[in-house]
Each structure stands twice: as structure tokens, then as C-alpha cells.
Design a protein around this ligand. Sequence first.
Ligand code: ADP
Ligand code: ZN
Ligand code: ZN
Length: 669
Amino acid sequence: MNVLRVALDVPVATLFEYASDADRRIAPGDRVVVPFGARERVGVVLELAAASTISASRLKPVVRVLEGAPRLPQDWLAQMRFLAGYYQRPLGETVASALPPRLRSLKPLPKRRAAGPAREGADSAVAAFVARHQLNAAQAAAAERIGGALGRFRAFLLHGVTGSGKTEVYLRLVAAVLQQGHQALVLVPEIGLTPQLEARFREAFPETPIAILHSALEDSARTHAWLDAARGQAAIVLGTRLAVLTPLPRLGLVVVDEEHDASFKQQEGLRYSGRDAAVQRAKLANCPIVLGSATPSLETWFNADAGRYERLSLPERAAPGAKLPLVRTVDLRAEPAEHGLARSVVEALRERLARAEQSLVFINRRGYAPVLACEACGWAAGCARCSAHLVLHAAARSVPRLRCHHCGAEQAVPARCPTCGNADLRPLGRGTQRVEEALGALFPGARIARIDRDTARRRGALARALEGIGRGEADLLVGTQLLAKGHDFPALTLVAVLNADSALLSTDFRAAERLYATLAQVGGRAGRRERQGEVLIQTRFPGHPMFAALARHDYAGFAEAQLAERRTAGFPPFVHEAALRAEASRLETAMRFLRDAAALAAVPAGVQVYDPVPHVVTRRAGYERAQLTVQSLSRPALQGFLRDWSERIAATAPRSLRWHLDVDPIEFD
Ligand code: ADP
Ligand code: ZN
Ligand code: ZN
């Protein structure tokens, strides 16, 4: 009799043993239905064993094997083991979170679809692609280096300024991989933000089946895409971080575009970094990986400095005549802003309007104003469930509302101050809606388009708006981060940045890195054609070295300066970090749990456990949040410590309290 060791979606670290009849030929990677308590559950066989660790009488047989999907391959199972170990999650939960819901259910899977176009013709299609897409010298050199590594693991950092043609390099490499009959996995931060990327892949490889994978897909679309990828039918898999968890039997290349983007980090359940998981995945599949960005994460930059990744640079824009934008600061101390806009910024906008060019006004805050306050008594509208102000939303032609950006709570705007009765409540600060209003008053004839999470809420709304802007249907764009990424607006020549300073004042040690990336990205939208673009940054700190680096387009200089600071301060990537987080209805409960957990720790030499602190936004949706940080210079020492510690915590944590470990955490709200 064979003993199967099965991963089940339950929060315990062990595998569960079942008997299989020998002739069934069940193997690791099979999905099986097994009895568990009073119910039947779907699990994944991870190991076979000759003998059971439990008594034969308690060893229950497997109910059946689930058909319809290929057996999960060895490298996928190895990836699950790695992720479970690295992120301190039970293997069963890790496997479950990697499978689309349908693959974890007892329902039968959809039948195999008609086979996609066969490989015949791939060669001529690729030849046609190569003929249509000529690379410049820097692109060709990068493609040559990476292409030379096909068939073995090697990690590359493709550091290319905005518009340098990184995507063309990816496409060329994908063409080479397709020609070899292999699959390419391309990861992007958020698919909804980059419809142009998908279009470019489809246009470049019109005959090639492409699977799109992201979390907003409906169940059946996701199942189909996953199966196409797992069956090897989809030669290109384009997706967000979760796509890295897809089995790919012929994986030959991994690309992570905008690798610095924080949305590669999952912030719940299995808190993995899609980028780091992708590197690991490439290692297991023995293929090269390309991490592409204009502003690489400092972790990746550091890995390139250390020689673990090979750095390749595209220092110039690729399109004929396109130059990087001129970047200048506008000193708000010398030139006070009116309605949020400095006079020289207004003049620059006016000039662009006169020349029928587009301008983008960037403000990373949606809504009308971040605070609604009473100037008589100092009251400000706050969320009852979060330690945060309510944001005033007052778009044209809609009833003003107060909304919490942390928990989503919404309420009407009070007619008078609830504390002193004053009827004159004032919005303080500004968001996209208020800027839109100010621009409307300044430039009555201009067509203004606002792009933020509010205008992009409806499905397809963002893509439609971006297309319209691309066709020149707007003169002035007002928007958040959503406008920063990957879009190519031919007529856009000016970018004005309104609220950069709030990030300069942040306590998060990653704030400077993030701000540089955002400003380089948003500035990168300007002047992507013949006319050089201009970026104006309103600030009270025009002497800040970040702005000088931005003006020189010197990410390398900025990164090295940041790394020097982090080395001195003892921050990642010079130390490895994990956070233990707790949430409870009372802050003291969460803090006490963390103190008790720290007391449980058998801290080895080289590992440092810090005191618990409340989260920056302490209360969120009614829960008080606190965390403590663990650091070590040694990754193995940290991993070993966390394994032992998390078991101790799990054994003693009160059931009522929510807690988790986050390995390589990044701050979030
Ligand atoms: P990135 O991904 O680095 O932002 P893209 O690949 O989107 O850059 O290229 C930016 C622009 O330059 C696009 O309009 C693209 O068509 C053009 N481009 C890219 N490579 C070349 C090239 N070798 N010759 C001419 N134009 C190019
Ligand atoms: Zn008042
Ligand atoms: Zn709230």
C-alpha cells in the first residue's frame, strides 16, 4: 500500500496522510479528494511514502483523483515548498492560495479547448516580428546578453529610462523563446493600468495564444487562462503577481516589468513578493529572468551592485528625436501657490494650451480635500472606525460626501460643526477634484480630464479614458498615480507635480525611493515624441538632493546615495526584516500580545527583536493595529528563528486575536 502525503487548506503546518490503492498510480502533483472530518476536501499530493506515521486503522483511503488538469509539475511543487518556508505559511495554505478557486473545488473542470494554433508558422511569424521591430544599439546589446542566457538561470536588471524601449527588448526575447517552443511569463504590476502592453504583445505575436491572468478576472476566465498556461497551450502568460504561481511546463523566460512597483507584494494571506518569487521560479525552471525598470528597487539595485544580477542599461529614449524631459523645481516659498498652483506653473499650462499640446497636473490624492474642518473650534471630520480624517468628495454635479480612504465608510457632509455649531466648515488641502475645479476656473475653454480611482471605478472606464487622451481628446489631465504608469500620450509635453513634499516628510524609510520612482514615472509621460517635455515640481525644499538627481536623470547617483544612508541606518537591503503584526479591538490587547510573543522568542545571536509599536494609522475599520520588527544580517538565521518562533506563537496565541508574520515587509496603510 502507498501512503500519500497531502497538502490541505488548513492552518496547520503538517501534511495529511492517506492510503491509495497501489494500482491507481497517484503521484505528487495530483489533486485528490480526501475525507477530512465530516467533509470531503480537495488536496494536492506532495509526497509518497512507504509507511505511514499514523496507525493503519486511522489511515483513510483517498476518495478519488480529480481529472481535467495536468498533474502539477515538480518545479511548481518545489516553488510551493520554497514559498511556504520563506514566508512562514503552512504548506497546505500556500498550495491553496496558488490555485484558482475552481481548481480547489469538487466541481469538474471545463474541457480542454480546441488546441490553439500549432507551432508551425511560429518561425515565420517571429521572423516577421523581427523584421518589423528594429532595435537600437543599446537594446540590441541587452537582448543579446539576455538571449545568450536562454536555457540556464541568470538574473538581469534591465535599467532603462522611461521610453528607452524596454518593452521592445522583452518582445524580442519573447520571440526567441517562442521560436524555441518555450513559454514566456511576463509579470506587470496591474493589468488594468497597462492595456497598451497587452495590445503590444497581441500585435507583435498575432498568431500566438496569450493567457492573461489577474485577480479581477471572473472565475471561469481565470480557470481557462490557468489551464491554458498549465497545459502549455498558452505560449505567453501575461499577468499580475499571482501569475507567478501558475504551472508552466515549458517555461523559458521570465520578465518582471516595473519591478520596483509595490503592488508586486501581496498584502494578505501568503504575503509574497511576486518579484522575488519570480526570481526563485526562474531558478527552478533554469531560465533567465529580466527585471525591468527606470527606477529599480534598491533591493534589486543592491543585488546588481553585488554581482548577483547582471545590470544592463538603456540610457536614452528610443523613439527618433525623443529626449528626456527637462526637470525643474518651482520654489513655493518664493512663489506662493494660488488654488494649489504656482504662477509659473499656470503660465506653463497656458503656453501648452496655446500650442495645442497636452499637460498633466499630478497630485497623488483623490477627492476634493483631505480634511473638512471647523476653523472656530478646530474640529475635523474623522472616521469613527479609523484613526484618519474623512476625505471630502465633491465632484462637479454630484452631492458632496465624506469618505474614509482606509475603510470605505461614507457619510453626508454635516451642515454645521458637531462640536460648536459653526456652519462655516472649510475644506483644507486639495485633491484631484479641487484641482480640476481650479483649472476649470483658470482655463474656461480647456477640455479637462480627471483620472483617479474614482473616475476609473467602472469596468473599462480607465481604458476608455486613456484611449481618448491618447487621441488628443483632452487638453489638461488631472490625475494620480494611475496616470503615471506605462501610458504613451503623444501630445503630452508638460507635467506639473503639486504635492511632492508630503512624501519628503514621511517617516517611512522607503518614502524617498518611492517618490523618486513616482516622479520619474510621471515625468516620463512628457515629451515622448519630437518636442522635449518639461516637468515642474512645486516644492518648499528645492534644494533637496532628490530633485537634483531627477533633473540629471541620474537614478544611479540617487540609488547609491540612498543605499549609503540605509547602510548607515541599518535598513534593508543591508539587513533582512520581518514584522509580526497584531490586530485587536483594543490597542493594549495587540501590544500585550506582541510583548508576550517577544518574551516567547528564543533569540539567537545575530537576530534582533525590537519593541512593539502602534501602526502609523493605528485604528483601521475598528481594529487597533501594532507591530514589532525583527532584523538580522543573516537570512538563514532570521529564517530559522522565525520558523521556531511562529510555532511558539501559534501554540499560545488567543483565538480572538488576529496576527501574522510578514517577511520582507513594506509599509502600507
Ligand atoms: P519603455 O518600455 O522603456 O518605456 P517602449 O518600449 O514603450 O519603452 O518604447 C518607447 C517608445 O519608443 C515607443 O513609442 C516605441 O515604439 C519606441 N521605440 C522603442 N524602440 C525603438 C527603436 N529601436 N527605434 C525606434 N523607436 C523605438
Ligand atoms: Zn467647531
Ligand atoms: Zn475608516
